[in-house]
Design a protein around this ligand. Sequence first.
Ligand SMILES: Cc1cc2nc3c(=O)[nH]c(=O)nc-3n(C[C@H](O)[C@H](O)[C@H](O)COP(=O)(O)O)c2cc1C
Length: 355
Amino acid sequence: MDSARDPGHKLRHLEACLAQDVEYRKPTGFADYEFENEALPETALASIDLSAAIAGKPLRAPLMIAPMTGGTPRGHEINRRLASVAEEFGLAFGVGSQRIALERAECAAFFGVRDVAPTVPLFANFGAAQLVQGDGIDFARRAVAMIGADALFVHLNAVQEAVKRGDRDFRSVAQALTRLCRALAADGIPVFAREVCFGMTSATAARLVECGVAGIDCAGAGGTSWAKVEARCATNERTRILGERLGEWGIPTSQSILNVRRAAPTLPLIASGGLRGGLDLATALALGADLGAMARPFLLRAVEGEAQLRQFVAEVLEELRICMFATGTAAIAGLRGKAVRRGAAGPGADTGARS
Ligand SMILES: Cc1cc2nc3c(=O)[nH]c(=O)nc-3n(C[C@H](O)[C@H](O)[C@H](O)COP(=O)(O)O)c2cc1C
């Protein structure tokens, strides 16, 4: 995600995600699950409670606009549109990697969104590799202060960095993350670790818990492939080939959720990677996530216009609400465990969340 040495690279990411085929062929796995219809729901659609919380702040729905951009006038404009819609619907929001602004002060102003999103849970963002290259704690505090964030995402994107020949040394990241979590806890800032699309194993999640992270985004495969994005943005043939060869690398998002939940039964868990509508969101929650997040779908609507973005969010939430209505689920917590593996419906069905 980080491209401070070449700020144009982040803009090329945006353009590639808007114009080219950057998605996995591999599915998220959500389609392997379904909800059992409740013909007598004993609830009114309008009274269904979507409220949730993250980083100590309330949300009106369990949905986040995942980190993507910032640091340039175009990125700023997109972020402000995303952030103001997050404010309107009571969603969480994260800015893209702030590395560029940590190294070039003149870019910092292009990350600000607080004036249009005064109450949203706002996440700062930078990459794990910076933690070990410089003074990670100082970087983190500056990133949080720069945007008035409530929490910090540290993104773990080893495959992407390897493909684009960026930061290829991830030794001591866990150690540095432990120090960071301790330091920021003292500031009252929760640190969340996140993948970017390659998913997580239970063992990785257990190590992150040991580091003291306050939450995880288990971002898995099935949506935007960051190996493919790097292939599309490559300026040399070898990176292009590497990106293509590793384009399908990653643990599908449904499995990534189950893996992290198994290792961290009560840790705040965000699910991203390939969520494309309200039923995907409901399935992610049923499998164990507390919140779902989407990146590229919001980007595509944001560049069309604020009305299109607003309409998309409303549609996603309507689909989630109908799913809850049709399963007789009055509040978000009640969805947990309600998705059953296709073909396994009935008593004793295999619900992923309980496995
Ligand atoms: C244009 C774009 C830029 C992104 N930049 C970042 C970033 O700077 N930091 C980060 O943690 N994730 C970044 N991501 C990854 C997303 O947050 C998300 O994990 C990933 O795209 C999978 O979600 P999706 O399938 O809904 O797109 C970016 C995604 C997009 C589409």
